[in-house]
Design a protein around this ligand. Sequence first.
Ligand code: FAD
Length: 320
Amino acid sequence: MSVLIFADQAHGKIKKVAFEAVQYGAKVAQQLGTTATALVLGTAANEELEALGNYGAAKVLHVADARLNEVEGTVFTKIIADAVAQEAAQVVIFGHNFDGKAVAPRVAARLKAGFVSGAVSLPDTSNGFVVKKSVFSGKAFANVSINTAVKVIAVMPNTFALEPTAAKAAVATFSPAISDADFKVKVSSVETVSGEVPLTEADIVVSGGRGLKGPENWGLVEDLAKSLGAATACSRPVADTGWRPHHEHVGQTGLTVRPNLYIAIGISGAIQHLAGVNGSKVIVVINKDPEAPFFKAADYGIVGDAFEVVPKLTAAIKQM
Ligand code: FAD
Protein backbone atom coordinates (compact mmCIF):
# COMPACT_ATOMS: atom_id res chain seq x y z
CA MET A 1 0.00 0.00 0.00
CA SER A 2 1.30 3.49 -0.83
CA VAL A 3 0.43 6.95 -2.10
CA LEU A 4 1.47 7.59 -5.72
CA ILE A 5 2.08 11.12 -6.99
CA PHE A 6 2.35 12.05 -10.65
CA ALA A 7 5.20 14.61 -10.67
CA ASP A 8 5.16 16.40 -13.99
CA GLN A 9 8.17 17.97 -15.61
CA ALA A 10 8.91 20.32 -18.49
CA HIS A 11 12.23 20.31 -20.33
CA GLY A 12 13.66 17.99 -17.67
CA LYS A 13 12.76 20.30 -14.76
CA ILE A 14 10.23 19.18 -12.19
CA LYS A 15 7.41 21.73 -12.00
CA LYS A 16 6.63 23.67 -8.81
CA VAL A 17 3.10 22.26 -8.87
CA ALA A 18 4.65 18.77 -8.81
CA PHE A 19 6.63 19.60 -5.66
CA GLU A 20 3.38 20.82 -4.10
CA ALA A 21 1.60 17.61 -5.12
CA VAL A 22 4.45 15.47 -3.74
CA GLN A 23 4.45 17.34 -0.42
CA TYR A 24 0.66 16.93 -0.23
CA GLY A 25 0.98 13.23 -1.12
CA ALA A 26 3.65 12.71 1.55
CA LYS A 27 1.32 14.21 4.16
CA VAL A 28 -1.54 11.96 3.02
CA ALA A 29 0.86 8.99 3.23
CA GLN A 30 1.73 10.00 6.80
CA GLN A 31 -1.99 10.16 7.67
CA LEU A 32 -2.45 6.64 6.27
CA GLY A 33 0.73 5.23 7.84
CA THR A 34 2.40 4.53 4.51
CA THR A 35 5.00 6.07 2.17
CA ALA A 36 4.86 8.37 -0.83
CA THR A 37 6.16 7.36 -4.27
CA ALA A 38 6.52 9.92 -7.06
CA LEU A 39 6.26 8.98 -10.73
CA VAL A 40 8.19 11.03 -13.33
CA LEU A 41 7.65 10.43 -17.05
CA GLY A 42 10.16 11.61 -19.66
CA THR A 43 13.76 12.74 -19.61
CA ALA A 44 14.97 14.24 -16.31
CA ALA A 45 18.35 14.36 -14.59
CA ASN A 46 18.93 12.22 -11.53
CA GLU A 47 19.35 15.22 -9.19
CA GLU A 48 15.94 16.53 -10.28
CA LEU A 49 14.42 13.18 -9.37
CA GLU A 50 16.25 12.88 -6.05
CA ALA A 51 15.08 16.41 -5.13
CA LEU A 52 11.52 15.07 -4.90
CA GLY A 53 12.73 13.62 -1.60
CA ASN A 54 13.00 17.22 -0.34
CA TYR A 55 9.21 17.27 -0.37
CA GLY A 56 8.63 13.86 1.17
CA ALA A 57 8.83 11.28 -1.63
CA ALA A 58 10.56 8.18 -0.27
CA LYS A 59 10.91 6.72 -3.76
CA VAL A 60 10.77 8.01 -7.34
CA LEU A 61 9.76 5.78 -10.23
CA HIS A 62 11.26 7.12 -13.44
CA VAL A 63 10.32 6.22 -17.00
CA ALA A 64 13.24 7.70 -18.95
CA ASP A 65 11.56 7.62 -22.35
CA ALA A 66 11.90 10.78 -24.49
CA ARG A 67 8.55 10.03 -26.16
CA LEU A 68 6.99 11.00 -22.80
CA ASN A 69 8.50 14.50 -22.69
CA GLU A 70 5.14 15.86 -23.85
CA VAL A 71 1.96 14.83 -22.07
CA GLU A 72 -0.17 12.37 -24.06
CA GLY A 73 -3.34 11.47 -22.19
CA THR A 74 -3.81 7.88 -23.35
CA VAL A 75 -0.31 6.60 -22.75
CA PHE A 76 0.17 8.58 -19.52
CA THR A 77 -3.05 7.06 -18.19
CA LYS A 78 -1.83 3.56 -19.04
CA ILE A 79 1.56 4.09 -17.37
CA ILE A 80 0.10 5.70 -14.24
CA ALA A 81 -2.44 2.88 -13.91
CA ASP A 82 0.41 0.33 -14.23
CA ALA A 83 2.37 2.17 -11.51
CA VAL A 84 -0.70 2.23 -9.26
CA ALA A 85 -0.96 -1.55 -9.66
CA GLN A 86 2.75 -2.15 -8.99
CA GLU A 87 2.78 0.06 -5.90
CA ALA A 88 -0.67 -1.07 -4.70
CA ALA A 89 -1.41 2.66 -4.41
CA GLN A 90 -4.47 3.58 -2.43
CA VAL A 91 -4.37 7.29 -3.21
CA VAL A 92 -3.16 8.89 -6.48
CA ILE A 93 -2.25 12.57 -6.43
CA PHE A 94 -1.90 15.10 -9.27
CA GLY A 95 -1.40 18.85 -9.48
CA HIS A 96 -4.51 20.61 -10.77
CA ASN A 97 -2.69 22.20 -13.73
CA PHE A 98 -3.00 21.54 -17.49
CA ASP A 99 -1.19 18.18 -17.20
CA GLY A 100 -3.24 17.09 -14.20
CA LYS A 101 -6.48 18.18 -15.86
CA ALA A 102 -5.53 16.17 -18.97
CA VAL A 103 -4.63 12.97 -17.14
CA ALA A 104 -6.22 12.74 -13.66
CA PRO A 105 -9.86 12.27 -14.80
CA ARG A 106 -8.79 9.54 -17.24
CA VAL A 107 -6.82 7.74 -14.53
CA ALA A 108 -9.80 8.00 -12.16
CA ALA A 109 -12.14 6.58 -14.83
CA ARG A 110 -9.75 3.76 -15.64
CA LEU A 111 -9.30 2.81 -11.97
CA LYS A 112 -13.01 3.34 -11.21
CA ALA A 113 -11.80 5.68 -8.50
CA GLY A 114 -13.58 8.59 -6.84
CA PHE A 115 -11.96 11.86 -7.87
CA VAL A 116 -11.68 15.31 -6.32
CA SER A 117 -10.20 18.07 -8.47
CA GLY A 118 -8.91 21.38 -7.14
CA ALA A 119 -8.38 20.08 -3.58
CA VAL A 120 -7.58 22.80 -1.04
CA SER A 121 -7.30 20.66 2.11
CA LEU A 122 -5.69 17.47 3.24
CA PRO A 123 -8.22 14.64 3.51
CA ASP A 124 -10.19 14.46 6.75
CA THR A 125 -9.94 10.77 7.63
CA SER A 126 -11.74 11.02 10.98
CA ASN A 127 -14.96 9.81 9.41
CA GLY A 128 -14.31 8.37 5.96
CA PHE A 129 -12.16 10.28 3.47
CA VAL A 130 -13.36 13.84 2.92
CA VAL A 131 -11.54 16.42 0.81
CA LYS A 132 -12.39 20.12 0.56
CA LYS A 133 -12.44 21.71 -2.90
CA SER A 134 -13.33 25.17 -4.15
CA VAL A 135 -16.45 25.46 -6.31
CA PHE A 136 -18.40 28.15 -8.20
CA SER A 137 -15.21 29.89 -9.38
CA GLY A 138 -13.81 30.07 -5.85
CA LYS A 139 -16.98 31.52 -4.32
CA ALA A 140 -17.70 28.50 -2.10
CA PHE A 141 -16.20 25.25 -0.82
CA ALA A 142 -17.54 21.71 -1.04
CA ASN A 143 -16.52 18.84 1.23
CA VAL A 144 -16.44 15.77 -0.98
CA SER A 145 -16.43 12.26 0.43
CA ILE A 146 -14.57 9.64 -1.62
CA ASN A 147 -15.84 6.15 -0.94
CA THR A 148 -13.97 4.05 -3.52
CA ALA A 149 -11.01 1.81 -2.68
CA VAL A 150 -8.61 3.86 -4.82
CA LYS A 151 -8.90 7.64 -4.51
CA VAL A 152 -7.67 10.28 -6.95
CA ILE A 153 -7.00 13.88 -5.88
CA ALA A 154 -5.79 16.85 -7.95
CA VAL A 155 -4.30 19.51 -5.69
CA MET A 156 -5.01 23.20 -6.37
CA PRO A 157 -1.69 24.90 -7.23
CA ASN A 158 -0.19 27.46 -4.85
CA THR A 159 -2.43 26.43 -1.98
CA PHE A 160 0.15 24.74 0.25
CA ALA A 161 3.45 26.51 0.99
CA LEU A 162 6.50 24.39 0.19
CA GLU A 163 8.55 23.23 3.18
CA PRO A 164 11.64 21.53 1.66
CA THR A 165 14.01 19.40 3.70
CA ALA A 166 17.43 18.02 2.74
CA ALA A 167 16.10 14.44 2.27
CA LYS A 168 16.72 12.70 -1.04
CA ALA A 169 14.48 10.14 -2.72
CA ALA A 170 15.63 6.73 -3.92
CA VAL A 171 15.28 6.63 -7.71
CA ALA A 172 14.15 3.43 -9.44
CA THR A 173 13.61 2.79 -13.13
CA PHE A 174 10.06 1.91 -14.05
CA SER A 175 9.58 0.04 -17.32
CA PRO A 176 5.93 -0.10 -18.39
CA ALA A 177 5.16 -2.10 -21.51
CA ILE A 178 4.40 0.67 -24.00
CA SER A 179 4.73 0.74 -27.76
CA ASP A 180 4.30 3.41 -30.43
CA ALA A 181 0.72 2.17 -30.90
CA ASP A 182 -0.11 3.39 -27.35
CA PHE A 183 0.52 7.01 -28.41
CA LYS A 184 -2.80 8.14 -29.83
CA VAL A 185 -1.59 11.72 -30.36
CA LYS A 186 1.91 12.65 -31.48
CA VAL A 187 3.32 16.11 -30.73
CA SER A 188 5.34 17.02 -33.82
CA SER A 189 6.67 20.40 -32.71
CA VAL A 190 6.59 22.56 -29.60
CA GLU A 191 7.07 26.32 -29.57
CA THR A 192 8.45 27.75 -26.36
CA VAL A 193 8.91 31.41 -25.61
CA SER A 194 12.30 31.65 -23.96
CA GLY A 195 13.00 33.97 -21.07
CA GLU A 196 9.36 34.27 -20.00
CA VAL A 197 8.10 33.14 -16.59
CA PRO A 198 5.36 30.50 -17.18
CA LEU A 199 2.08 32.09 -16.12
CA THR A 200 0.63 29.27 -14.06
CA GLU A 201 3.94 28.73 -12.21
CA ALA A 202 4.61 32.40 -11.50
CA ASP A 203 4.84 33.82 -7.98
CA ILE A 204 4.00 37.28 -9.29
CA VAL A 205 1.69 38.13 -12.19
CA VAL A 206 1.29 41.57 -13.78
CA SER A 207 -1.90 41.74 -15.80
CA GLY A 208 -3.32 44.37 -18.15
CA GLY A 209 -6.82 45.20 -19.33
CA ARG A 210 -8.61 47.38 -21.83
CA GLY A 211 -7.60 50.44 -19.81
CA LEU A 212 -4.19 50.20 -21.48
CA LYS A 213 -5.85 51.36 -24.73
CA GLY A 214 -3.81 49.23 -27.15
CA PRO A 215 -1.00 46.73 -27.70
CA GLU A 216 1.49 49.53 -28.30
CA ASN A 217 1.30 50.35 -24.56
CA TRP A 218 2.11 46.84 -23.33
CA GLY A 219 5.68 47.91 -22.63
CA LEU A 220 4.29 49.34 -19.36
CA VAL A 221 3.12 45.90 -18.25
CA GLU A 222 6.25 44.13 -19.49
CA ASP A 223 8.66 46.59 -17.83
CA LEU A 224 6.90 46.26 -14.48
CA ALA A 225 6.79 42.47 -14.86
CA LYS A 226 10.49 42.34 -15.71
CA SER A 227 11.43 44.47 -12.71
CA LEU A 228 9.57 41.99 -10.46
CA GLY A 229 10.53 38.75 -12.25
CA ALA A 230 6.82 38.31 -12.94
CA ALA A 231 4.74 36.68 -15.68
CA THR A 232 2.34 38.78 -17.75
CA ALA A 233 -1.38 38.16 -18.17
CA CYS A 234 -4.41 39.98 -19.57
CA SER A 235 -8.18 40.21 -19.49
CA ARG A 236 -10.27 38.40 -22.07
CA PRO A 237 -11.16 41.34 -24.35
CA VAL A 238 -7.45 42.12 -24.62
CA ALA A 239 -6.78 38.61 -25.95
CA ASP A 240 -9.97 38.58 -28.05
CA THR A 241 -8.94 41.76 -29.87
CA GLY A 242 -5.48 40.34 -30.48
CA TRP A 243 -3.54 42.80 -28.30
CA ARG A 244 -2.08 39.83 -26.45
CA PRO A 245 -1.88 36.07 -27.16
CA HIS A 246 -4.71 33.89 -25.85
CA HIS A 247 -2.40 31.90 -23.57
CA GLU A 248 -2.18 35.05 -21.37
CA HIS A 249 -5.95 35.35 -20.89
CA VAL A 250 -6.99 34.71 -17.29
CA GLY A 251 -10.48 34.27 -15.90
CA GLN A 252 -13.48 32.00 -16.07
CA THR A 253 -12.84 31.13 -19.71
CA GLY A 254 -9.05 31.40 -19.51
CA LEU A 255 -6.34 30.32 -17.11
CA THR A 256 -6.72 30.21 -13.35
CA VAL A 257 -3.73 31.69 -11.56
CA ARG A 258 -3.02 31.77 -7.82
CA PRO A 259 0.21 33.75 -7.47
CA ASN A 260 1.43 35.35 -4.28
CA LEU A 261 0.98 38.76 -5.91
CA TYR A 262 -1.43 39.71 -8.73
CA ILE A 263 -1.18 43.27 -10.06
CA ALA A 264 -4.15 44.31 -12.22
CA ILE A 265 -3.67 47.37 -14.40
CA GLY A 266 -6.65 48.95 -16.17
CA ILE A 267 -8.89 45.94 -15.54
CA SER A 268 -12.44 46.62 -14.31
CA GLY A 269 -12.74 43.44 -12.22
CA ALA A 270 -15.72 41.74 -13.86
CA ILE A 271 -16.82 38.57 -12.07
CA GLN A 272 -15.60 36.44 -14.99
CA HIS A 273 -12.11 37.92 -14.63
CA LEU A 274 -12.09 37.54 -10.85
CA ALA A 275 -12.98 33.85 -11.22
CA GLY A 276 -9.48 33.21 -12.54
CA VAL A 277 -7.50 35.34 -10.12
CA ASN A 278 -9.33 35.58 -6.80
CA GLY A 279 -7.21 32.80 -5.31
CA SER A 280 -4.16 35.11 -5.45
CA LYS A 281 -2.62 35.77 -2.05
CA VAL A 282 -2.32 39.57 -2.51
CA ILE A 283 -4.15 41.59 -5.17
CA VAL A 284 -3.05 45.10 -6.17
CA VAL A 285 -5.36 47.09 -8.43
CA ILE A 286 -4.38 50.16 -10.46
CA ASN A 287 -7.42 51.81 -12.00
CA LYS A 288 -8.39 55.43 -12.67
CA ASP A 289 -12.03 54.79 -11.72
CA PRO A 290 -12.46 54.69 -7.91
CA GLU A 291 -15.75 52.81 -8.46
CA ALA A 292 -14.11 49.97 -10.44
CA PRO A 293 -15.43 46.68 -8.95
CA PHE A 294 -11.90 45.24 -8.76
CA PHE A 295 -11.15 47.50 -5.75
CA LYS A 296 -13.60 45.39 -3.68
CA ALA A 297 -11.41 42.32 -4.24
CA ALA A 298 -8.13 44.21 -3.80
CA ASP A 299 -5.76 44.12 -0.85
CA TYR A 300 -4.15 47.33 -2.08
CA GLY A 301 -5.54 49.81 -4.58
CA ILE A 302 -4.11 52.77 -6.43
CA VAL A 303 -6.68 55.14 -7.95
CA GLY A 304 -4.84 56.79 -10.79
CA ASP A 305 -3.93 56.82 -14.44
CA ALA A 306 -1.92 53.71 -15.32
CA PHE A 307 0.21 55.75 -17.72
CA GLU A 308 1.43 57.86 -14.79
CA VAL A 309 1.39 55.33 -11.94
CA VAL A 310 3.01 52.28 -13.57
CA PRO A 311 6.24 53.90 -14.86
CA LYS A 312 6.79 55.45 -11.41
CA LEU A 313 6.19 52.11 -9.71
CA THR A 314 8.59 50.34 -12.10
CA ALA A 315 11.28 52.99 -11.59
CA ALA A 316 10.92 52.72 -7.79
CA ILE A 317 11.18 48.90 -7.91
CA LYS A 318 14.27 49.08 -10.12
CA GLN A 319 15.94 51.31 -7.52
CA MET A 320 15.33 48.82 -4.70
P1 FAD B 1 -13.12 47.01 -19.26
O1 FAD B 1 -14.29 46.41 -18.61
O2 FAD B 1 -13.34 47.88 -20.44
O3 FAD B 1 -12.34 47.82 -18.12
C1 FAD B 1 -11.26 48.68 -18.37
C2 FAD B 1 -10.87 49.30 -17.05
O4 FAD B 1 -9.72 50.12 -17.24
C3 FAD B 1 -11.95 50.19 -16.44
O5 FAD B 1 -12.19 49.80 -15.10
C4 FAD B 1 -11.36 51.61 -16.51
O6 FAD B 1 -11.73 52.40 -15.40
C5 FAD B 1 -9.88 51.30 -16.48
N1 FAD B 1 -9.07 52.32 -17.12
C6 FAD B 1 -9.29 52.95 -18.30
N2 FAD B 1 -8.28 53.79 -18.57
C7 FAD B 1 -7.40 53.69 -17.56
C8 FAD B 1 -6.15 54.32 -17.28
N3 FAD B 1 -5.62 55.20 -18.10
N4 FAD B 1 -5.53 53.98 -16.12
C9 FAD B 1 -6.07 53.09 -15.25
N5 FAD B 1 -7.22 52.45 -15.48
C10 FAD B 1 -7.89 52.76 -16.63
N6 FAD B 1 -13.14 38.46 -18.91
C11 FAD B 1 -11.91 38.07 -18.49
O7 FAD B 1 -11.03 38.91 -18.21
N7 FAD B 1 -11.62 36.72 -18.39
C12 FAD B 1 -12.53 35.76 -18.68
O8 FAD B 1 -12.20 34.58 -18.57
C13 FAD B 1 -13.81 36.16 -19.10
N8 FAD B 1 -14.75 35.22 -19.38
C14 FAD B 1 -16.01 35.64 -19.73
C15 FAD B 1 -17.01 34.68 -19.92
C16 FAD B 1 -18.28 35.09 -20.24
C17 FAD B 1 -19.34 34.04 -20.43
C18 FAD B 1 -18.58 36.46 -20.38
C19 FAD B 1 -19.98 36.91 -20.70
C20 FAD B 1 -17.61 37.41 -20.18
C21 FAD B 1 -16.30 37.02 -19.86
N9 FAD B 1 -15.30 37.95 -19.67
C22 FAD B 1 -14.08 37.54 -19.22
C23 FAD B 1 -15.48 39.38 -19.95
C24 FAD B 1 -15.79 40.19 -18.70
O9 FAD B 1 -17.17 40.18 -18.44
C25 FAD B 1 -15.34 41.67 -18.90
O10 FAD B 1 -15.99 42.20 -20.03
C26 FAD B 1 -13.85 41.83 -19.07
O11 FAD B 1 -13.15 41.19 -18.02
C27 FAD B 1 -13.48 43.30 -19.08
O12 FAD B 1 -12.13 43.46 -19.41
P2 FAD B 1 -11.34 44.75 -18.95
O13 FAD B 1 -11.50 44.91 -17.49
O14 FAD B 1 -9.98 44.65 -19.53
O15 FAD B 1 -12.06 45.92 -19.75
